[in-house]
Design a protein around this ligand. Structure first.
Ligand SMILES: NC(=O)c1ccc[n+]([C@@H]2O[C@H](COP(=O)([O-])OP(=O)(O)OC[C@H]3O[C@@H](n4cnc5c(N)ncnc54)[C@H](OP(=O)(O)O)[C@@H]3O)[C@@H](O)[C@H]2O)c1
Length: 250
């Protein structure tokens, strides 16, 4: 890799994905691996699916049990992953917690937890990975997984939406700060089935589907190619939010 900040950024060779144990994160990990990249990922619980991937690809996958809110543990994970896999040149900030409570009924502690996990922690993880990229004199790519609720209102998601909007604002500013040396973008999914969205009942999902012009809910398989493009293709997309929601937010 070159430290020259002009010209295309090479495809990612080693991607750190936060929250890769299940759901969208696991789909991104699996896809990046299939694309030929090395992958480091962590979650609080290492699932059997992740253990299997690590066992099948011992030289290409680094897995850890880390709480993203523990800055010391995250820094150690970045160091150990790079020692195992080689320099990290891409980050997907995917780990997050959801919300399903009106703001007036959400405790101050819960609000703080959502903000710490979904906003402060990804900012610190991004800082750690960018410092690693800078120290190597290389270039890289950062993808923030945000949400359509950063742009449109949905009841029960006030603190969550604030964190996702915060990440989108940070991504734009960071893209400018990194001055072409690192591309920073967001992928904003609409609702898709996962442990996080399992709080939604059938009637809520039916309503979302009815309001979605494409007539179907988003699936991780729809989001993964967009993340893949931002990690591996020469698109010159920088500082943007790419929404994958079947048009529900238009
Ligand atoms: N599902 C949706 O409808 C939807 C819509 C728009 C955007 N999104 C976004 O898409 C991303 C993936 O969501 P998902 O639906 O796939 O969620 P999910 O199934 O709940 O997965 C979340 C992942 O993050 C990890 N995680 C959560 N808290 C963590 C912590 N403190 N430390 C480390 N890891 C942590 C989880 O593992 P552990 O719990 O074991 O730590 C898990 O691996 C999130 O950024 C979410 O906000 C989701």
């Amino acid at each position: 890799m070159t430290s020259d900040a002009s010209g295309p950024i090479p495809p990612a060779t080693c991607v750190l994905v936060s929250g890769g144990s299940r759901g969208l994160g696991l789909a991104i990990v699996t896809d990046a691996l299939a694309r030929g990249a090395k992958v480091a990922t962590f979650a609080r619980t290492v699932t059997p699916e992740l253990e299997k991937l690590a066992a099948e690809h011992p030289d290409d996958v680094h897995v850890g049990s880390v709480d993203v809110t523990d800055a010391g543990a995250v820094a150690t994970f970045v160091r150990e992953a790079a020692a195992h896999l080689g320099p990290i040149d891409a980050l997907v900030n995917n780990a997050a917690v959801g919300q399903d409570s009106l703001h007036i009924h959400t405790s101050p502690e819960r609000i703080a937890d959502i903000v710490t996990t979904n906003l402060t922690a990804p900012l610190l993880l991004t800082r750690a990975v960018l410092r690693h990229i800078m120290a190597k004199g290389s270039r890289g790519r950062v993808v923030m997984v945000t949400s359509v609720c950063a742009q449109r209102g949905y009841s029960g998601l006030v603190a969550y939406a604030a964190t996702k909007g915060g990440l989108e604002a940070a991504a734009r500013t960071l893209a400018r700060e990194m001055h072409g040396r690192v591309y920073v973008n967001c992928v904003a999914p609409g609702f898709f089935a996962s442990e996080m969205s399992s709080v939604l009942g059938t009637s809520e999902l039916d309503t979302i589907t009815r309001r979605t012009p494409s007539g179907r809910l988003v699936e991780p398989e729809n989001i993964v190619p967009v993340v893949r493009t931002l990690l591996f293709e020469d698109t010159n997309i920088n500082g943007q939010v790419l929404t994958v929601d079947g048009g529900s937010s238009i």
